[in-house]
Design a protein around this ligand. Structure first.
Ligand SMILES: [Zn+2]
Length: 59
């Protein structure tokens, strides 16, 4: 499950793995996960060891 915030819905969702569109390795330890919310909006979540923020980020 991924915790992701959708700008268009203005809500945070716990999204199951089947909402993952793609996973990108940006650089060592940083992963960008592309998801769709339950309404089908596109969400990008950054995660990884080098991300020094407490929650998921949206771009
Ligand atoms: Zn949405």
């Amino acid at each position: 499950m991924f915790l992701a915030y959708c700008d268009e819905c203005g809500e945070r969702f716990l999204l199951p793995a089947n909402h993952v569109v793609a996973v990108h390795n940006l650089e060592s330890g940083v992963i960008a996960v592309e998801l769709t919310c339950y309404e089908g909006h596109h969400i990008l979540v950054l995660s990884g060891n080098d991300i020094d923020i407490p929650g998921p980020a949206t771009v």
